[in-house]
Ligand binder design. Structure first.
Ligand SMILES: NC(=O)c1ccc[n+]([C@@H]2O[C@H](COP(=O)([O-])OP(=O)(O)OC[C@H]3O[C@@H](n4cnc5c(N)ncnc54)[C@H](OP(=O)(O)O)[C@@H]3O)[C@@H](O)[C@H]2O)c1
Length: 274
């Protein structure tokens, strides 16, 4: 598994397993994370919101893989920010996961008027040594600009909705300038836009003997973007990491870039409420 270096030297595997709604039960979630780890995944993305930190953590702990070989991300939900329980929320996540530390702790969504306050609490958590890095998610340029005004640590990543229909070029360019690694959530369009049937992706895939999903994931990785596709199915999990044996041409990358239509499957970051 290829990795990218974060701005603090920590290495993040460029493909991770998304776990939002990965199982209807804890048993299914546990199974899906175990099959992914068996297939070679070394990066698992969860969040307090997903209410699955317990089975995700148990799958990691029982995998037989050394803890330091697995990159674990979890996220802080906005209600904990509004009730001033950020530290408690972090401790709760660690306890749910049954881990001594995580590799990345993210502010899940920006909470208006609380950006600098939240980030200062995140910096204290980082200083405690219980997370190897801190970052943000769903932050637009103006959110990051605002939190940086009082920050001593630059976020390591910004995890955002990103796929060929929503390339977020402005945020990606800004992040790259600031040394923040972009991470794509719903990289496959969450299966609720017909992205995987898109002619351009099908044609490019055929040329390389790859699926449209693999083409999208490779396109991201080629652009320096980390991806966290979710699959509950062991075959599709394998498919989503078999992207390191082919390369897209510049022309193909440009063709995929041209599919952008600023289409969000999720909420706009300025419209979220908790
Ligand atoms: N930070 C945030 O606010 C935020 C928001 C949303 C999501 N996320 C993270 O991002 C992760 C991924 O996003 P997502 O789950 O919304 O969407 P996604 O990864 O874009 O798409 C998942 C869907 O694609 C299907 N799929 C996966 N691999 C496939 C393949 N090779 N071929 C065909 N279909 C395939 C899955 O079905 P099967 O499971 O049946 O394979 C599932 O229906 C989440 O799980 C979560 O960890 C973060």
């Amino acid at each position: 598994m290829e990795t990218r270096k974060l701005n603090n030297g920590v290495e993040i595997p460029v493909v991770g397993l998304g776990t939002y709604k990965i199982g209807n039960t804890d048993k299914e979630t546990y199974r899906a994370v175990r099959t992914a780890l068996d297939a070679g995944y070394r990066h698992i993305d969860t969040a307090t919101l997903y209410v699955n930190e317990r089975p995700v953590g148990r799958a990691i702990r029982e995998s037989g893989i050394a803890r330091e070989e697995i990159f674990v991300t979890t996220k802080l939900w906005g209600s904990a920010i509004l009730s001033n329980r950020i530290q408690e929320a972090f401790e709760g996540s660690l306890s749910n996961l049954g881990l001594d530390y995580v590799d990345l702790y993210l502010v899940h969504w920006p909470v208006k008027g609380k950006l600098a306050f939240t980030w200062q609490a995140m910096e204290r958590i980082f200083d405690s040594g219980k997370t190897r890095s801190i970052g943000v998610s769903n932050h637009l340029v103006h959110h990051i600009d605002e939190l940086l005004q009082e920050a001593t640590i630059v976020p390591a990543v910004n995890q955002m909705e990103l796929h060929p229909c929503l390339t977020q070029n402005d945020v990606v360019k800004y992040c790259s300038r600031k040394g923040i690694v972009p991470v794509a959530w719903s990289p496959l369009g969450r299966n609720n836009i017909a992205l995987l049937e898109e002619e351009t992706l099908v044609t490019i895939g055929k040329k390389h003997g790859k699926s449209p999903a693999q083409v999208i994931l490779r396109w991201n990785v080629d652009k320096g973007i980390v991806v966290v596709p979710k699959s509950s199915d062991s075959q599709r999990q394998k498919e989503n990491i078999e992207i390191f044996d082919f390369q897209l041409t510049t022309e193909e990358i440009n063709q995929i870039d041209a599919l952008n239509r600023d289409y969000r499957t999720g909420i706009h970051p300025d419209k979220i409420s908790f």
